[in-house]
Design a protein around this ligand. Structure first.
Ligand SMILES: NC(=O)c1ccc[n+]([C@@H]2O[C@H](COP(=O)([O-])OP(=O)(O)OC[C@H]3O[C@@H](n4cnc5c(N)ncnc54)[C@H](O)[C@@H]3O)[C@@H](O)[C@H]2O)c1
Length: 346
């Protein structure tokens, strides 16, 4: 079992346990605690053995439609009905949508109770379960209502991925590729060299990809929990990714939209001479190896309103993350008219 600690300034640390059997450890660690478990309904059906008789369990249908204020209210009311008090614990078992809404409910209930995350998708294992960003969507845009509320513990058990549909695996891998391109050249190297083993879900390599991705994320989160600076680097690929996702009304998995956004970010970097063409080409090849094509984009008129509404947009410009090498990136302000021209070319 690998252990990681994420220690953001002025916040309690997050202890992350990664390895086969992490969920058995979770069951032991909840003993004696008052637990409200928000559980992905499909997970609960697949692994009923994981649910402990002492927990209050609420099953939820995962997906973007769960990330709404209406659904959050239903969850909060179930927490109140269960009589959860300030010492209670919200445990989110599922993918990123369960973790995001569950984390938000933990942040809001009684002005904040402890949250633990047990991610069950690749997306949640490599990214969303750690870092404390919680959110729900509004019709006007994604993740517009949220709170920063880091979990105190995260239990990552890669054996949970066995039955995950391929498209969801590739969606999560897109976020790992993002960390590799933008932050960690050695993670990029693993994804590049060992793609066949990653696709085949070989436990050793999957565990290394999860470990390196979370370590890269923790390093950024520790220096900037609230996204005033370096944490913006985690938004690589997300300016276009979020717009595509909102335009598709949540019907395309998050990571597939991010992957298309990564292609776009590589094109933008190359066109601004911020990245060597050889490096950009290596990144494109890795994206393609995991099935992430450079698909045709919707029109600029369709995309721009969502780009402009994204929380990364400020006063007519966006903070755009440019990859600058393998494992390197920087944030630059791009004016919306500049972005319009780049989108039209993309
Ligand atoms: N908070 C953050 O820092 C952060 C970071 C990245 C992404 N996100 C958010 O994460 C969300 C996407 O998360 P996701 O991709 O995990 O989606 P998801 O939660 O919708 O799960 C995807 C699908 O996989 C199913 N599933 C879950 N675990 C399974 C398992 N072990 N086996 C089989 N099926 C399983 C779910 O039922 C669902 O149908 C987006 O809303 C995105 O905005 C948040």
């Amino acid at each position: 079992m690998i252990e990681l600690h994420c220690r953001p300034q002025h916040e309690a640390p997050t202890r992350v346990v990664i390895g086969n059997g992490a969920l058995q450890q979770l069951a032991v660690d909840t003993q004696g605690r008052s637990v409200f478990a928000l559980v992905d309904a499909s997970m609960a059906a697949l692994r009923p053995d994981l649910m402990q008789p002492s927990w209050t369990v609420l099953h939820a249908q995962a997906g973007e439609s769960l990330k709404s204020l209406g659904q959050a209210e239903l969850i909060l009311r179930a927490m109140a009905t269960a009589g959860l008090d300030r010492k209670g614990l919200l445990l989110a078992i599922g993918g990123g949508t369960i973790g995001d809404v569950g984390g938000l409910c933990a942040a809001l209930y009684l002005r904040g109770i402890e949250c633990w995350q047990a991610p069950t998708t690749m997306m949640a294992m490599v990214d969303s379960a750690v870092g404390g960003k919680t959110a729900v969507n509004l019709p006007e845009g994604k993740n517009l209502v949220g709170a920063v509320h880091p979990p105190s513990r995260v239990y990552v058990d890669p054996t949970m991925l066995e039955g995950l549909p391929d498209v969801e695996l590739r969606s999560g891998i897109a976020e790992a590729i993002k960390m590799g391109i933008g932050l960690d050249a050695s993670l990029f190297g693993i994804l590049e060299r060992e793609h066949a083993a990653v696709i085949a879900r070989e436990p050793g390599v999957i565990e290394r990809v999860i470990h390196r991705s979370l370590a890269a994320k923790c390093a950024v989160v520790e220096s900037d929990l609230r996204e005033d600076g370096p944490r913006r680097l985690l938004n690589l690929g997300h300016t276009l990714g979020h717009a595509l996702e909102a335009l598709a009304d949540g019907r395309i998995p998050h990571g597939l939209c991010v992957a298309r956004g990564l292609h776009f970010a590589l094109d933008v970097s190359e066109s601004l001479s911020a990245m060597r063409s050889e490096d950009a080409e290596r990144c494109r090849k890795v994206l393609l190896r995991y099935g992430h094509q450079r698909t045709a984009l919707p029109s600029v008129e369709q995309l721009l309103p969502f780009v402009a509404r994204d929380k990364k947009a400020e006063q007519g410009s966006v903070h755009f993350v440019l990859p600058t090498g393998i494992g390197q990136s920087r944030v630059e302000r791009l004016r919306l008219d500049q972005l319009r021209a780049l989108l039209a070319a993309g």
